[in-house]
Design a protein around this ligand. Structure first.
Ligand code: HEM
Length: 196
């Protein structure tokens, strides 16, 4: 039965693609289709970053290491959606015209921080294989702590572009704080149990 979990999680993780394909096919993207597509993938990137970050707390809470099996796949989905998000902005909004685009990245702080978050995701995606885990040894864990910086950048990106911390950005901010508090709490308790 357990062998089916991974393919099932994989298929469920494609949900954002099904939704947007349906909306494109049935012409349901609304008056600003390009913004709708960019925002759709931006939001799902953040959701996948959060789901990936939840795997460790879930392992601790349920005392089952099964969750960790999905972490790499979910993290790669976060990178995948971040790349589609970025490419739809570059391709649909700017038609690959790089001059005004670079201007935007440098002038608008929300684009700059979003772009930085995407850049930071690249080394994590590139080092996600078992081979890289073995090769990098304890440095792998250190490197992958970048996911916390990325999640903070992602939420800041959302707050700055929304110009207000109202509703959706606020919900994402609260989830981020809860996940970071979990991290701090479990780090502290593992330090204490290591000392004992
Ligand atoms: C980890 C990386 C990223 C995350 C988590 C992320 C997340 C988000 C979120 C949550 C939104 C708002 C969605 C909504 O309003 O419902 C958004 C919008 C946006 N993002 Fe990102 N983003 C990332 C990377 C980038 C990159 C690399 C770029 C471009 C270089 C970018 C450009 C934009 C733009 C322009 C919008 C606003 C679209 C509009 O309303 O017109 N983002 N992003």
């Amino acid at each position: 039965m357990k062998n089916y979990f991974k393919p099932a999680v994989f298929l469920i993780s494609l949900w954002p693609i099904y939704i947007i394909s349906y909306q494109i096919f049935y012409n349901e993207l609304g008056p600003e289709p390009v913004d709708r597509i960019i925002n759709h993938f931006g939001e799902w990137t953040l959701i996948f970053i959060f789901i990936t970050l939840s795997m460790s707390p879930l392992k601790k809470i349920t005392k089952s290491s099964e969750w960790i099996k999905f972490r790499r796949m979910l993290g790669l989905f976060a990178f995948f959606y971040a790349s589609i998000h970025m490419l739809s902005y570059v391709g649909l909004d700017y038609r690959f015209d790089f001059e005004p685009l670079i201007d935007d990245v440098l002038k608008k702080k929300f684009v700059f921080i979003g772009f930085s978050a995407w850049l930071l995701l690249i080394p994590l995606a590139l080092t996600s294989s078992d081979k890289m885990v073995r090769l990098l040894k304890h440095n792998w864990k250190k490197l992958h702590k970048l996911i916390y910086v990325i999640s903070i950048f992602g939420v800041l990106h959302f707050i700055w572009l929304s110009k207000t911390i109202y509703f959706k950005p606020l919900i994402f901010l609260i989830i981020l704080i809860v996940l970071l508090l979990f991290r701090i709490k479990f780090n502290k308790s593992s330090i204490i149990s290591n000392k004992n």
